[in-house]
Design a protein. Structure first.
Length: 148
C-alpha cells in the first residue's frame, strides 16, 4: 500500500514522501495515528499541487534571504561591554546583544538564528557570528567587542 507521510518517520521517510508499506502497518498504525494518508489518485494529485505551491513560496523566501545576505555582507558591528582594566568582560557577550546591534542597523534577525563561533566571549577583541537567514543561506558577520 502506498501512503503519503504527513510527518517524518524514522527509518521510513520524510514528510510529504510517498512510500510503500505493508497494508497492516498502514491501516493499523500510520493512518489512525495521523502519520500518513492513503495515496489514492485524488490524494496524489492534491499532494503534487501542494508541493508545487510550496516550492514557489520557498523560492521567494530564498530570494529574499539572498538579498538580505548581500546587504549583511557589508555590515560590521561594534558592541560595547563593561570590562575590567585587563580587558576581561564582566559577564559575556551573547546572541541577544548581536541581534540588538543588527536591529539598530535596520536588520530584523531573530537571536535563535545567530550562532557565535566562540562559545563564550569573555575578552575584548574581534569575533565572528553566523546568521542563518534560510536553510540554505548563511552569512558570517564580523563584530568587535570594545570597552565601554
Amino acid at each position: 500500500m502506498n501512503v503519503i507521510l504527513r510527518q517524518d518517520i524514522p527509518n521510513l521517510g520524510h514528510k510529504d514522501d510517498i512510500v510503500a508499506v505493508k497494508d497492516g502497518y498502514a491501516r493499523n498504525y500510520l493512518i489512525p495515528q495521523g502519520f500518513a494518508i492513503n495515496a489514492t489518485s485524488e490524494a496524489t494529485k492534491v499532494h503534487e499541487e501542494i508541493l508545487r505551491q510550496r516550492a514557489h513560496k520557498e523560492q521567494q523566501l530564498k530570494e529574499a534571504a539572498l538579498k538580505m545576505a548581500e546587504e549583511l555582507k557589508n555590515v560590521s558591528l561594534t558592541i560595547g561591554a563593561k570590562t575590567s582594566t585587563k580587558g576581561k568582560i564582566f559577564g559575556s557577550v551573547n546572541t541577544i546583544q548581536i541581534a540588538e546591534a543588527l536591529k539598530e542597523k535596520g536588520f530584523d534577525v531573530e537571536r535563535k538564528n545567530i550562532s557565535i563561533k566562540d562559545d563564550l566571549i569573555k575578552e575584548v577583541g574581534n569575533y565572528s557570528a553566523t546568521v542563518k537567514l534560510h536553510k540554505e543561506v548563511r552569512v558570517d558577520i564580523p563584530f568587535e567587542i570594545v570597552s565601554e
